[in-house]
Design a protein around this ligand. Structure first.
Ligand SMILES: Cc1cc2nc3c(=O)[nH]c(=O)nc-3n(C[C@H](O)[C@H](O)[C@H](O)COP(=O)(O)OP(=O)(O)OC[C@H]3O[C@@H](n4cnc5c(N)ncnc54)[C@H](O)[C@@H]3O)c2cc1C
Length: 447
């Protein structure tokens, strides 16, 4: 049986992207996808990609008329819990059909030379006499077979079927996600009853972690909400939202439910002959749980190392370690910082304080633009600080919230610096991880 350079478990967007990048470098790549072709990428319909990401990640940019294209918009509003003081950022977003876009990426991987096998389910790893991964055991057409490989990548999504099957001391975190580590997302595809309500952009209500956004039908919208714990809890939050936010009159056409990791990324994403990416490595954005492009960023950082490792025949954890270093010191540090800030502020601030923050200008367009990578002008910082002080003086902001915000800021700085100091070699990892875990305990989980 052919021995592949790389077997990728899972043919979602992460697996397809990794397959294309590695096949382009001349490696023999097999994508083992458990679903039959007609179900690939069909877990939900619409997802978003920021326009600027297509060029940066060198991924196809569908346009109107293409099967994967659904709609696009530029205005992104962030609003208070009463929806009275929305702030607007201009950031072009493209709405895409998940199934069609996944198939497009898989097709590109195939064109680059990767082999895609649908209906091929990963069961377990095979190991050599030294206890190192030597391939995978799969079931295909009802028959179990073993396929040898020089490396295996887990891109199996939230289930992380490969990573969580590895021995606990293999070199990566092997724990499964709990209900507190994921967002339960409910999407209501609706038809708006009044033409004057048709959307010119999306609105996000941070207090509820909810949004309304355009969909493929110009007379329609997607009302979404993400919450930890359970779908039932997400429904309860939605009921609260409906009491304060005047949603436009609408009829629900269909409802989709899904889950996405909402926790820190795996700190080590490599082990001997092993790499993890995508939702399987919890690589989603800490702001909103989106994970398509953030995983591609990690893959982009990893490909040179994976390529070199395979060429040199050195696929040890030690050799692959630089992938951890490159990721954790950049996007990893940024996401960790934002997570600490968000968890601290969202957990502490009450309804009235959120309302005051929008009304007074503590939350401003400049601050929100900074979340999209722009720098914050000094005037905006001073303005926010002034309004914050005024809020304290007039008791619009509670002392306990001030303390919690201060602690969140400290945690954000600490965790960001800690990721930027991610150890150069595996030797420093145990001590680094111990400290990271201690900071994460202080950060806590989002409510
Ligand atoms: C409702 C909702 C809306 C979202 N919206 C956005 C958005 O707008 N933008 C964004 O960037 N992100 C969004 N996300 C998050 C995004 O969907 C994920 O981060 C992303 O799809 C993860 O891609 P992946 O390839 O890592 O995993 P997946 O897409 O889950 O792919 C994993 C693949 O592995 C396969 N697999 C699983 N087990 C096995 C096995 N044993 N053997 C072989 N194959 C296996 C699965 O069948 C699947 O095809 C959203 C999530 C939800 C739930």
């Amino acid at each position: 049986m052919e021995k592949y350079d790389l077997i990728i478990i899972g043919g979602g967007t992460s697996g397809a992207y990794l397959a294309e990048r590695m096949a382009k470098r001349g490696h023999s790549v097999l994508v083992a996808e458990k679903l039959p072709e007609e179900k690939v990428g069909a877990k939900y319909d619409i997802f978003h990609i920021e326009e600027k990401e297509f060029g940066r990640l060198e991924i196809p940019r569908p346009v109107k008329g293409d099967p994967a294209w659904a709609f696009e918009f530029t205005k992104n509003y962030n609003a208070d819990p009463l929806n009275k003081f929305p702030k607007c950022q201009m950031n072009p977003i493209v709405g895409l059909h998940m199934r069609e876009y996944t198939l497009l990426l898989l097709h590109r991987a195939e064109e680059a030379g990767a082999e895609i096998r649908c209906g091929c389910e990963f069961l377990d790893f095979t190991y050599d006499a030294a206890g190192k991964i030597s391939g995978v055991k799969v079931v295909e057409n009802g028959a179990e077979t073993e396929i040898p490989a020089r490396m295996v990548a887990d891109c199996s999504g939230m289930a992380a079927v490969g990573r969580t099957k590895l021995p606990a001391d293999y070199g990566v975190e092997t724990d499964k996600l709990t209900d507190e580590d994921m967002f339960y997302v409910i999407l209501r595809y609706v038809k708006l009853r009044q033409p004057e309500d048709y959307l010119d952009g999306s609105t996000f209500w941070a207090y509820y972690k909810a949004w309304i956004a355009p969909c493929a039908d110009p007379a329609g919208a997607i009302i979404g909400l993400g919450a930890c714990h359970s779908f039932d809890y997400a429904e309860k939050v939605f009921a609260e939202l409906e009491k304060t936010v005047p949603l436009p009159p609408h009829d629900v056409i269909r409802v989709e439910k899904g889950r996405t990791p909402y926790t820190k990324n795996c700190d080590s994403m490599v082990a001997d002959r092993f790499f993890v990416s995508g939702d399987a490595g919890n690589l989603t954005k800490s702001v909103n749980g989106e994970g398509v492009t953030s995983s591609m960023v990690q893959i982009g950082l990893a490909v040179d190392t994976l390529d070199r490792a395979l060429r040199l025949g050195n696929t040890t954890r030690r050799y692959l370690w630089e992938i951890n270093v490159k990721y954790n010191r950049t996007q990893g540090a940024e996401f960790a910082m934002l997570r600490a800030l968000l968890v601290g502020v969202v957990n502490a601030a009450g309804f009235d304080e959120f309302q005051y923050a929008f009304e007074s200008g503590i939350i401003s367009d400049a601050l929100l633009n900074a979340m999209n990578g722009s720098s914050i002008p000094m005037g905006a910082i001073l303005n926010a600080a002034g309004n914050f002080m005024k809020g304290m003086a007039t008791k619009k902001i509670r002392m306990s919230t001030v303390k919690a915000a201060g602690a969140a800021l400290k945690n954000a700085v600490d965790i960001s610096n800690h990721y930027k100091n991610f150890p150069d070699t595996p030797e420093g990892y145990a001590a680094w991880k111990q400290k990271a875990d201690a900071i994460y305990r202080s950060i806590g989980k989002i409510r």
